[in-house]
Design a protein around this ligand. Sequence first.
Ligand code: HMG
Length: 379
Amino acid sequence: MSVKVGIDQIGFYTPDQYLPLADLAVARGDDPNKYLIGIGQTKQAVIPPTQDVVTMAANAAEQILSDTTKSEIAMVLFGTESGVDNSKASAVYLAHLLGLPTNTRAIEVKQACYGATAGLQIAADFVRVHPAAKVLVIGADIARYGLHSAGEVTQGGGAIAMMVTANPRVLTLDAVSSYHTEDVMDFWRPVYRTEALVDGRYSTNVYLKFFETVWQDYQRQTGKTIADFTAFVFHLPFTKMGRKGLRQILPTASADQQASLTANFEASQEDNRNVGNLYTGSLYLSFLSLLRHGQLQGGETVGFFSYGSGAEGEFFSGTVEPTYRKGFAEAKIAAMLDQRTAVTVDEYEELFNEQLPNDAEDVRLPVGTEHARYYLAGR
Ligand code: HMG
C-alpha cells in the first residue's frame, strides 16, 4: 500500500496593520458596497517597509517549526512572485534565518499565484519517494497594483508555510490532479516594474475558463463528481472571484449539497476577506480559513483550484484527517488577526510608497507597530 502524503501543518503570517476598505472606497469616490459586496473584501493587509517575503515567510514558518522538525527538513520550496532577488532564491535567506540544516535543498518556484501549488505537488512527489523526509513549502507575496488603480482594492500580503510529510495530520493529498497551461497576457510584471500590469476583467474570465477546463478534466480522470466533495477552496485574489467559480459548478449539485458547499465557501473566504490577495498563499489561506471557521470531519474530501496568471490552473483534491486541528496554531492566528491596527488612507499611501526595496542602509521602523519576530531593521 502506498504511503499517505500531504499537509502536516500550516502556518500563516500577515503584518499587524490593515486598511478598512470602506475608507478606501470613500477616498476613491466609490460606493463602499462595491468593495464590500461587489469585490467581497473588507480589510486589506498593509505591508510595512520592515516586512518582505522572506521575513513574512520566516514568521509563518516559525509557527510550525520545532528544533526536531527543523533537523528533518530535506527541502524548502519557496513560491513567490514578489521575491527580493532575481538570482538568489528567497528560500536560501529563509533557510538561514530559520537555522535549517545545510544539507537542505532551497529553491524558489515561480509561476504567478500558482508557485506554491507547484511547490506543494513537487514536495508531495518527493515525500512519496522519500517518506522520512519533510519538505517546507512557502507561499509568500505582497500584492501591489498601484494607488488609484482598479486593482487597488484587491491588494494584500502575507505568507503561508506548509510542512509536507508522510502520514500528515491535516490533509492527505490525492495523487491525481489536473493541470492546464496557456500563454495568456492577463496579468504580468516585467522585471523593470514594481507593480503588475493587468487586464483585470479579462483575467477574471481566464480564471473561470481555466477552472472549467481542469474541473472537467479532473472528473474525466477520476470518475468523481461534485457529489464526492464536502468543500471547494479557490485561489482568492478577491473573494467574489471564488464565489463565481463555485457558482459555475453549483447547479450540478443537489439542493442540500448546494447549501452545505455554500456554507463551507463562506468559511473558506472569511480570512481572505480580511487580509486581501496573498498571491501564492491565497489558496492555502482559504484552506486554513475553512479549517478554522468550518465544521469539517475527518475523511471528507476537499477540492482545490489553484490559478496563476500567465497562465496555469490546477485542480486537485485531498482527504481531511481527523487530527486536522492539531496542524495549526489557532490561538496565535486568531490573536494575530484580531490585534491588527487600522491605518488611515493617508498612512496607507505613505507606507505603500515606502514599501519598495531600495539600496538605503536603513529601513524606517514604524514605532510601536512591528511585533513580528522577524523583520528588516536595515540592509
Ligand atoms: P472594476 O472594474 O473596478 O470593478 O475591477 P467592476 O466594475 O467589474 O465591479 C466589480 C463588481 O462589483 C461587479 O460585480 C459589480 O457589479 C459590483 P460582478 O458583476 O463581477 O459580480 N459592484 C457593486 N456591488 C455592490 N454595490 C455596488 C457595486 N458597484 C459595483 N455599489 C477587477 C474589478 C477585479 C477587474 C479589478 O479589481 C482588478 O483588476 N483586480 C486585479 C486583477 C484580479 O484580481 N484578477 C482576478 C483573476 S486573475 C488571478 O486571480 C491571478 C492574480 O491573483 C495574480 C497572479 O496570478 O499572480 C490576480
